[in-house]
Design a protein around this ligand. Structure first.
Ligand SMILES: Nc1ncnc2c1ncn2[C@@H]1O[C@H](COP(=O)(O)OP(=O)(O)O)[C@@H](O)[C@H]1O
Ligand SMILES: [Mg+2]
Length: 241
């Protein structure tokens, strides 16, 4: 077997207290925010004290491009399209490995290989009707079929889509639809803010930005991070009892 190339930077971590999760960020539709969620969630988890590695198995290598063009990240990054190597990543000293996956039907074998080693799947989904069909297909045929724990995350929720109850219409619409069909989702969500695009252009996470919208985007990200850690904490407790 060929030895794999991992471009890992600042990895002066130790292996103590090691409980690693391999998390796939998946959804067969492109443009709903897989790479955006991967990078920003990685930064946020790192900020909350986790040792985080991002693996980019997307042949387009968008996270990898990002990493090469940005200043120092809070997490490490490995660019490797050789998915057969993924299982070996478990030996590395990280708490969380986030795997950014490609979003096209041509890359199904890659998606399947990632899901085979994943402990959890996050499915970012634009809160529009167009995104539901590919989402449920990914869920039914790939995620639920494997029994991997998952949550759908509403992304690009329009900040002005407030409904009569003061909630965000887009997020509620998507989440109600998922509830009706029996799918699991986050309660929190990410609103649509220009700062995500700006951060991409600069090669950094939104945590490096200031201003009103950046603060709101960071609050969303913090809520998603907290919810994710809570979901994982419950999983661990259930596994123990
Ligand atoms: N919450 C958001 N607010 C604003 N723009 C977003 C948000 N999420 C993603 N985007 C933008 O949408 C585009 C597609 O997102 P990307 O993460 O590349 O999707 P994918 O990796 O699933 O193809 C990018 O230009 C990204 O900056
Ligand atoms: Mg992408």
């Amino acid at each position: 077997m060929r030895s794999y190339e991992l471009r890992i930077t600042n990895s002066a971590h130790n292996l103590k207290g090691h409980h690693m999760r391999i998390v796939a960020v998946a959804q067969q539709k492109g443009g709903d925010g897989k790479s955006t969620v991967t990078i920003n969630l990685a930064a946020s988890l790192a900020a909350s004290g986790s040792r985080v590695l991002v693996v980019d198995v997307d042949p387009q290598q968008s996270s990898a491009w990002w990493f090469d063009h940005g200043p120092e990240f809070e997490f490490d990054l490995a660019a490797d399209t050789e998915v057969g190597n993924l299982a070996r990543l478990r030996e590395l000293p990280y708490d969380v490995i986030l795997v950014d996956t490609p979003g096209s039907l041509h890359d199904l074998p890659v998606l399947d290989a990632v899901l085979d080693v994943a402990d959890f799947v996050i499915l970012p989904c634009k809160a529009t009707a167009l995104s539901i069909k590919p989402l449920t297909r990914t869920l039914n045929e790939h995620v639920i079929a494997r029994g991997v724990p998952y949550r759908v995350l509403a992304n690009r929720v329009k900040p002005r889509s407030i409904d009569a109850t003061g909630g965000f219409k887009d997020a509620r619409g998507l989440y109600d639809l998922l509830d009706g069909a029996g799918y699991l989702h986050f309660r929190s969500f990410l609103r649509e803010y220009q700062v995500y695009e700006d951060a991409t252009g600069e090669g950094v996470s939104i945590l490096h930005y200031g201003g009103r919208d950046a603060t709101k985007a960071q609050a969303d990200l913090a809520a998603v991070t907290t919810e994710l850690l809570t979901v994982w904490a419950h999983e661990t407790t259930e596994a123990v009892h």
